[in-house]
Ligand binder design. Structure first.
Ligand code: DTR
Ligand code: ZN
Ligand code: ZN
Length: 515
């Protein structure tokens, strides 16, 4: 990815939303001031009234606009994309921000610039005993091999799972570390391998399947790192355990950039600011395509609901977030929660994540949040979605609440969370075809993270219906939190205790595995 420096212009941020840090220039604030809105008392929002404002025609118009914005990146990427740092993403941010500005002072708008890391892998190859390793995949955010040239070395089997310095024998120095997956993140293994002098590292799976993971936050000690399937690793492990040598050649041409990008936050100026319902979608896409379903469908649903909500008054504050850098590993939502002071954390009663609401071969999927593992209230939110689908005579399925999208930072920090989705690369089953229609044996979204994730990659029935459900979730809590659990007084202790259980099950942070 070319370094498109984000044109940070202007200085005034239109009102800092509580708890946000503003240590960088905003993007658009000074371009047009917010038009005042009439002071007429508006009717208190209701679920039915807000749902009635939602239509697929309005959503589709926004999707077409977003695709045109993605095309702004064509000169740099040769195809439409809204990846962070691209003109398509900057155009997305401008579209969101200006749309909100035109809603007058109903919202306090805020930008939250932050430094994001973005990786690009141009070429990679791994040879083991001169054979091309077919199941070798470079880890996201991996650095290149030295001088971006192939490096030769012997495979050196690391002890245990390679999570401690003592697991790395001195023979790793100048060679290629061969490390078993498990116990600690891939990034930790790569860092320890680098500190032991390895010229590259391979993390082999404890299952027969390949490993497609991320190293996470870059470290100066990271080395070029591949994942490898357990099946392909097995014969080499056997050779090494019988003191036989395995020669290897590793080659990765990659770059890891740090760029400035920004979250956009809009909070109702009315409503109890100490009891906020918060919801988010991500404003970025992968580099490979325009991301109209992933996550144009979620971020545009939020923009449409934020627009329609201005016809109503609210009792509790409603905070919308458009996260940047989700595709690089939940960077924007992580940053937001990381810098949120504890007192501000407590004001967020729950966070609802909306990421992929319109998959062509959809299933109505609800994150299976449980109060015994997740912050109390997460299960109540889950059941709000279930009750709505059931009340509308619709089927639904539970999907793992497994860290793959922007709720992860919130639930790790004690804030109840949840959300709905319609499916990504997973394959729809015959049972699900009976429940939702569509095609058996086909991915929910065959264009997931592909160039074809364009306006034709949307199921408008699912998108309109799910956007009505999002409207229901907003209106319900904007009116009242009656019956919804209070935030735990010892929120952090409780979160710590639960995150221990959560950690045991979660292998993802964003769309990539990290452990
Ligand atoms: N929307 C995906 C991340 C994601 C969120 N939930 C799931 C469930 C299954 C697969 C992927 C996801 C993305 O941003 O890539
Ligand atoms: Zn997504
Ligand atoms: Zn994605």
């Amino acid at each position: 990815m070319g370094l498109t420096k984000l044109a940070l212009i202007g200085l005034t941020t239109l009102g800092a939303v509580a708890g946000l840090q503003h240590d960088q220039k905003p993007l658009f604030a000074e371009e047009t001031g917010q038009a005042p809105i009439s002071g007429d008392k508006k009717p208190l929002v209701s679920s039915d009234a807000l749902q009635d404002t939602i239509s697929s025609s309005k959503l589709l118009a926004r999707a077409k606009r977003l695709y045109k914005i993605a095309k702004l990146s064509e000169d740099e990427y040769n195809h439409p994309t809204r990846v962070i740092g691209s003109k398509g993403h900057l155009g997305t941010l401008k579209y969101i921000y200006k749309t909100l500005q035109q809603l007058g002072d109903y919202y306090t708008l805020s930008e939250q610039p932050f430094p994001a890391v973005s990786g690009n892998i141009f070429e990679a190859r791994l040879l083991l005993d001169l054979d091309l390793a077919e199941s070798a995949y470079p880890m996201s955010l991996t650095p290149p091999t030295p001088k971006k040239q192939p490096v030769d070395g012997q495979l050196v089997l690391v002890a245990n799972d390679g999570c401690h310095k003592s697991d790395y024998p001195s023979s790793v120095d100048g060679n290629i570390a061969f490390i078993r997956r498990g116990t600690c993140p891939f990034g930790t293994k790569s860092e320890l391998a680098g500190k032991a002098g390895a010229v590259a590292a391979i993390v082999y799976n404890y299952e027969d399947t390949p490993v497609t993971g991320t190293l996470g936050t870059p470290s100066p000690h990271h080395v070029a790192t591949f994942g490898l399937s357990g099946a392909e690793a097995a014969p080499y492990i056997a050779k090494l355990k019988h003191s036989k040598k395995v020669e290897a050649t590793a080659y990765i041409d990659a770059v890891v950039d740090s760029i400035m990008t920004t979250n956009i936050i809009a909070q109702t100026t009315e409503g109890d600011p100490d009891n906020c319902v918060m919801l988010g979608g991500h404003s970025d896409s992968v580099a490979e395509g325009p991301g109209i379903n992933d996550d144009g469908s979620g971020s545009l649903a939020l923009l449409e609901i934020a627009t329609q909500l201005t016809n109503f008054s609210v009792n509790n504050c409603v905070r919308f977030a458009w996260w940047a850098g989700e595709e690089e590993g939940l960077l924007g939502s992580d940053y937001y929660v990381d810098v949120l002071p504890p007192a501000e954390n407590k004001k967020i009663r729950l966070f609802m994540d909306y990421d992929m609401l319109a998959s062509p071969n959809f299933a109505y999927q609800v994150y299976d949040a449980r109060n015994e593992v997740n912050p109390v209230g997460s299960q109540q939110l889950r059941d709000l979605y279930v009750d709505w689908y059931v009340a509308h005579g619709l089927n639904y399925t539970f999907i793992p609440f497994d860290g793959r999208s922007d709720y992860d930072g919130f639930i790790r920090n004690g804030i109840p969370g949840g959300g709905i989705a319609t499916g990504a690369e997973g394959i729809k089953t015959a049972d699900e075809v009976a429940m939702f229609g569509g095609e058996d044996g086909v991915p929910y979204d065959v264009c997931y993270h592909e160039l074809c994730d364009n306006v034709n990659n949307l199921n408008l029935t699912a998108w309109e219906l799910n956007t009505k459900l999002v409207a229901h979730s907003v209106a319900t809590f904007a009116r009242s939190f009656e019956g919804f659990p209070e935030r735990a007084d010892d929120g952090y202790a409780v979160a710590e205790a639960k995150s221990g259980q959560y950690e045991k099950t979660v292998k993802y942070h964003g769309s990539k595995m990290f452990i």
